[in-house]
Design a protein around this ligand. Structure first.
Ligand SMILES: [Zn+2]
Length: 464
């Protein structure tokens, strides 16, 4: 049996690992490499395995860096099943369509800007590829062992990262001997609102683990709900609006859930709240339909509140006209809108309208990469650039940390300590992290592995 690390090896995007036995070729994830276009394009175009000869894909979760090359895999000849949870299939169907549209628009834009004699580029895939590959999803119920073949067993456990995210337990037989391989996908955090916490696993031969925050401990987030309440009530007392840039998947639903909790506790001032992101609205429907992934607190709330993503005064904005109308409305209100780093989408317009007045607040709830508008806001610069023009910032900027969907070094250490108590692992391969993070994690988990953990490089293969 052989494993080859085709992506997310020494980096955090492009998750893809190939397992080969004498009868099977299985891909774990098929994610998009993300980053600067010129660096990632060729990495995304090339498959280092023959897609035609891949038997199946096991998809840990729907984030694009784990699922975003599936349509390209289909385009290149892959026709096998893609095993995932139902929630992952529903979310991926939506995200891949969205991703296809972005690839098509980017290709059109690049071709328009280039000289006539430069060869035209084609999008990595189109909406039809995305539609077709999504027909290959085969649902696996969380917690149930499935036997797709007589020499292959598969079970998903809760990863607590985003809705539907799974730790994959894979058992494969070769030459009469079963091997047990565990792939963590992305691991979430313990004791966080909404989703069931990450589950642990029993002794295995091989673990492939993520390491995004292998060398960091998240700052103590304190009580996120009461911070949210204070920021909103402060702005409301000034008669201002609160703009919350949020990723459509995960972060928006978490904030709406916390606002619903505050409303149920009668501790949130009454003011209109708008979710202004069509994608977030559709994804929230998927969250609503997959409540078996949610934790005990949610189940307790559902006994008296049948919709944790709705409350009096909450509006899911549908049309662009409604979105534009929000900028004309007076009085306190909350707008939650994408994108999460304020780089594009409707939120940029809301920021533009809020930035010039000191009664308003922009609330940042996620990591803001360098060179983004979000980063300029977090740094509380007096002047920020929006649509290429300078704007004076007079509004307040508040930040709530601690909403990361990834476990940190302590969460990862806890998960591996549980594994050690359950018998440990033969070998561990550390992926999905920058090198310092992966290396730090390898030291943290060394004592739960029979052999020293390995941080593979891109394309590295190992007999297992
Ligand atoms: Zn993820």
């Amino acid at each position: 049996m052989k494993i080859t690390f085709l992506g997310a090896a020494g980096e955090v995007t492009g998750s893809q690992h190939l397992i080969e036995t004498d009868t099977k070729r299985i891909l774990l994830d098929c994610g998009l490499f993300q980053g600067q276009e010129h660096e990632t394009r060729s990495k995304n175009e090339k498959f280092h395995c023959s897609p035609r000869h891949v038997d199946c894909v096991i998809l840990s979760h729907a984030h694009i860096d784990h699922s975003g090359r599936l349509p390209a895999l289909y385009r290149a000849g892959f026709r096998g099943p893609i095993y995932c949870t139902r929630a992952t299939a529903d979310i991926a169907t939506m995200m891949l369509q969205d991703s296809a549209r972005i690839h098509q628009e980017d290709a059109r834009y690049t071709n328009r800007k280039q000289d006539q004699d430069v060869p035209k580029i084609t999008p990595l895939y189109n909406e039809e590829d995305a539609r077709k590959v999504c027909r290959s999803f085969e649902y696996v119920t969380m917690g149930n062992w499935e036997e797709p073949a007589e020499d292959m067993k598969l079970r998903f456990r809760h990863a607590g990262h985003i809705l539907g995210s799974a730790i994959c337990e894979l058992e494969l037989m070769e030459n009469g001997e079963w091997k047990r391989i565990v792939f963590t996908g992305d691991l979430g955090r313990r004791d966080k609102p909404l989703l069931i916490d990450p589950e642990t696993v029993d002794r295995c031969d091989v673990v492939i683990t993520e390491s995004t925050y292998g060398n960091q401990v998240h700052p103590d987030s304190g009580d996120v709900k009461s911070q949210l309440k204070h920021v909103i009530c402060d702005a409301a007392s000034r008669g201002g609006r609160i703009v919350i840039p949020a990723f459509s998947l995960g972060r928006t639903q978490l904030i709406v859930y916390l606002l619903n909790e505050l409303r149920n506790e009668h501790s949130l001032c009454r003011m209109p709240v708008y979710i202004d992101s069509p994608l977030a609205t559709r994804l929230t429907d998927i969250y609503r339909n997959n409540q078996e992934h949610m934790d005990a607190d949610v189940r307790a709330t559902l006994r008296f509140d049948d919709d944790i993503f709705d409350f009096d005064g909450l509006t899911y904005v549908r049309s662009r006209d409604e979105s534009i109308a929000l900028n004309r409305s007076e009085g306190p209100l909350v707008v939650i809108s994408a994108s999460g780093m304020c780089e594009n989408g409707r939120v940029v317009h809301h920021i533009k309208h809020a930035i010039g007045h000191d009664k308003n607040t922009i609330l940042i709830i996620g990591f803001q990469a360098r060179h983004t508008l979000g980063r300029q806001l977090v740094e509380k610069r007096d002047t920020v650039r929006i649509f290429g023009r300078p704007y004076s910032r007079r509004c307040h900027v508040e930040t709530i940390n601690g909403l990361s969907a990834h476990g940190d070094a302590e969460d990862l250490k806890w998960w591996f300590e549980c594994l050690r108590r359950n018998g440990g692992t033969g070998r561990a391969f550390i992926v999905h992290g920058e090198k310092p993070a992966a290396k730090a994690l390898s030291e943290l988990i060394d004592d739960c592995c029979d052999e020293s953990p390995i941080v593979p490089g891109p394309g590295d293969s190992f007999e297992i």
